[in-house]
Design a protein around this ligand. Sequence first.
Ligand code: COA
Length: 175
Amino acid sequence: MPRDVLIRPEGPADHAAIHDCIAMAFDRDDEARLVAALRASRWFIPELSLVAVREGRVVGHVLFSPIEIVHNDRPVADALALAPLAVRPEVQDQGIGSQLARAGLDTCRERGNRLVIVVGHPTYYPRFGFKPAGPFGLECPFEVSDGAFMVCELVAGAVANVRGLVRYPPPFSAF
Ligand SMILES: CC(C)(COP(=O)(O)OP(=O)(O)OC[C@H]1O[C@@H](n2cnc3c(N)ncnc32)[C@H](O)[C@@H]1OP(=O)(O)O)[C@@H](O)C(=O)NCCC(=O)NCCS
């Protein structure tokens, strides 16, 4: 039986532990530095930076950031990008990533968001409702492997009539 995990928004005291958690999960610090850069930008939504805490220790983190879908250079829809999702290596495969993803998507839905984009493992994200985004007419601004670019509708039918290129906020360009 997995030990209890609390999912909550990050606080100022969590920054170092979040950095450590992400860097450990990815075995490099690019994604951790991206989170720090986003946190320092106007694109950071504090309630959408969630930590998983077990026995008082940050063991996982997920961030959702605002993005736009643009068509012919004009914004046609607001959405969120899920990036990154990280669980400390020693506690992976215990459902913590799933709890973070589900709690995060619920929070996004509760605050009125309709679409979430992820670039990630094609075998992992469909369990949370993500589907390949290309067939909906959505385009990723950078090259990704087959099936990695996915969209989740938080409201049924939210992706209908939304097509175009995903525009990430500037901090993403540095990574
Ligand atoms: C991917 C990650 C967030 C999953 O978190 P987790 O707490 O280990 O995952 P859960 O326990 O919720 O789910 C376990 C499932 O994830 C799958 N999984 C774990 N890592 C995976 C990967 N790299 N690719 C595909 N699936 C993966 C497991 O195979 C398992 O699948 P199953 O339920 O079908 O057996 C975590 O392994 C991690 O931090 N990995 C390193 C960083 C990373 O790759 N982040 C995601 C970027 S898109």
